[in-house]
Design a protein around this ligand. Sequence first.
Ligand SMILES: [Zn+2]
Length: 318
Amino acid sequence: MATRRAFLGTALALALDAWPAAAAGTRLVLDPLRPGVYVARAANAEAMRANAGAVVPCLVHVTRAGVLVVDPGPQAAWGRALLGAIRALTRQPVRWVVNSHAHPENVLANAAFAGLRPRPRFLASAATAALMRQRCTDCLARLAALLGHAAMRGTAIVLPEPALQHGAWLQTGDTAWQVQVHAPAHSASDTVLYAPQLRLLCAGGLAYRERVPEMQEASLQGWRRALRQLIALPADTVVATATGTPAQTLVPTLAYLDALAQGIGAALAAGRDATQAADAVVAEPFRHWRHFPTRHPLNLQRAWGQLEDAWMQGGPLA
Ligand SMILES: [Zn+2]
């Protein structure tokens, strides 16, 4: 009943007061997307003190067999607020918590779900689970330095099982999610969940909307390959670093990465060097995107390095 009420009222959002002062003015709101499917409202921005790291639109799927949460968020306080919002929707237990990739703003809120009984299954690809084991301690320290220690209070590291395999299916009640693992792409390993019945794609860090993609650990060519495959799927809605249609998310993200690959590829072929990278890439269509002045130069550098290596080895550039 609560589920239906929340879904029918578009203006009816579930808000909690538990969200700490670190994010003063921010309340955790679950926006209904489909019957039983909700997305946490989050800043479409990079993690910073002003947004307390609340930059991941966590997906919540309420089913008769329990609740699925994909990418629970950046820290325990956010995770607890998310759990509170889920409790206001349903009495079903949280049974599955999926970590799409090993970036701290996506996974560190696992901590808020670890004490639940029955304990949910924490699931990731083998590579993501291994990376989290290897570096979550450093990631937690880095995010604490960025957001302030108060924002990260109570955030312990909870590691997922390496149980998600490319091509397998995750069954949540009546819904089957196809698992895709793209490695490397936005990160060393990016897990996508695709529900054909819902025409819904949960793409983790692989798609951006009006914001310059973060490529710190990305493989330019791997990410382009992944996006080409995702664009071919019959989906209506993509939940990633923002929510939208494929045309609003997957397509422009690929256009940006293609612009990098084509511009830099042509510059390398013409014998130019890295100092000319900015002039080589047609960036006009993306100049108004968030974080362009800071993120785009870093992406140029990374893309240039990768394509230059490929060029030296005689590999394909486009
Ligand atoms: Zn990421």
